[in-house]
Design a protein around this ligand. Structure first.
Ligand code: F6P
Length: 352
């Protein structure tokens, strides 16, 4: 076929459930609907620097929808990061451009979080045709209501909190559970609500530990025998010798004398098969991204807005972060039901 479009696809940054569903959504739409050729690039931007890729044929896509991780591999390589060792070899963006041309790509699909979309935007400015797809368990990509990976992570974290309830209850303890979320507390907020956490601590809201400890002491005084504290990993001490969970648990036990334990959930939140919602969202994003390419509409990231997939310019979202604000309807709802955020700020009126 003379004018077959050829696209490259890569997954970059931390992995998450749903990456393979997105790869499949891109590749199947490209091959079946638009008759394109698809190259899967290895290990994020590293694969473009090293020119390592495979052709994604339909047979290679079989059985990947339900798989966790990414069949392409991923890395956190940042091509625009300055070389600290005075490396005078050809620059990484130059290599990427050269290999993009050599591979005969018409467009590069970049599946990733904030860092990836920032790089994608810079590559678009360098003249490459780029389309971005937002992913991360942290749900902190600016411009979209939801990233895929988030729903699966919330399911895993909620199940962990559910399990902690029974052991905390048996021993009449406070259990502090740390979930992922370095810059944003979306997982803590959602899993905390779904799991009935008594205290939810997130990096966006300034925390007053007196409020937290008074709240826990009051619960104990009211014969509420145990408490669950959900903390996002970004709520950490200035000098990072301890995890957020250790830091908070130590403060609680020292200040209240109540028996306290901590659990760090860690990478289990990023592993395993994606939830049905993540499979669907990843598939929708992947398919919509290819429809943009078919219309030669580049330099955009697909987003979810009011349950509709909407393309937005990468320029509008690059370098920004979507965080939880103190007027978030879920925060307000939780506060109205007595959940403690350890926050002494004033809240706007709940309007949902
Ligand atoms: O995927 C996002 C995230 O889970 C963050 O919450 C966390 O800080 C980070 O990745 C850690 O990942 P890694 O150790 O792979 O850099």
């Amino acid at each position: 076929m003379a004018n077959r479009q050829r696209i490259g696809i890569l997954t970059a940054g931390g992995d998450c459930p749903g990456l393979n569903a997105a790869i499949r959504g891109v590749a199947k739409t490209a091959i079946v609907k638009h008759g394109m050729e698809v190259f899967g690039i290895s290990d994020g931007f590293l694969g473009l620097i090293n020119k390592e890729y495979i052709e994604l044929t339909e047979s290679r896509l079989s059985g990947i929808l339900t798989l966790g991780g990414t069949i392409l591999g991923t890395s956190r390589v940042k091509p625009f990061k300055k070389q600290s060792n005075g490396d005078r070899t050809i620059s990484k963006p130059e290599l990427i451009k050269e290999h993009y041309e050599q591979m005969g790509l018409d467009c590069l699909v970049c599946i990733g979080g904030n860092g990836t979309q920032k790089t994608a935007n810079r590559l678009a400015k360098e003249g490459l045709n780029i389309v971005g797809i937002p992913k991360t368990i942290d749900n902190d990509v600016y411009g979209t209501e939801m990233t895929f990976g988030f729903d699966s992570a919330v399911n895993i974290a909620t199940e962990a909190i559910d399990r902690l309830h029974s052991t905390a209850n048996s021993h009449k303890r406070i259990i502090v559970i740390e979930v992922m979320g370095h810059n944003a507390g979306w997982i803590a907020l959602y899993a905390g609500l779904a799991g009935g956490g008594d205290v939810i601590l997130i990096p966006e809201l300034e925390i007053d530990m007196d409020i937290v400890t008074n709240y826990l002491e009051e619960r104990a005084y009211k014969n509420k025998d145990y408490s669950i504290v959900v903390v996002a990993e970004g709520v950490s001490p200035k000098r990072k010798k301890k995890s957020a969970a250790e830091y908070i648990a130590k403060m609680i036990s020292e200040r209240t004398g109540l028996e306290t334990r901590e659990t760090v959930l860690g990478y289990v939140q990023r592993g395993g098969t994606p939830s049905p919602m993540d499979r669907i969202l990843a598939t929708r994003y992947g398919s919509a991204a290819v429809d943009l390419i078919a219309g030669n509409d580049y330099g955009k990231m697909v987003t979810l807005r009011n349950n509709t997939i909407v393309p937005v310019p990468l320029e509008e979202i690059a370098g920004k972060l979507k965080v939880v604000t103190d007027d978030n309807p879920l925060v307000l709802k939780a506060i109205s039901m007595g959940t403690c955020f350890g926050h002494n700020g004033s809240y706007k009126k709940n309007n949902d």
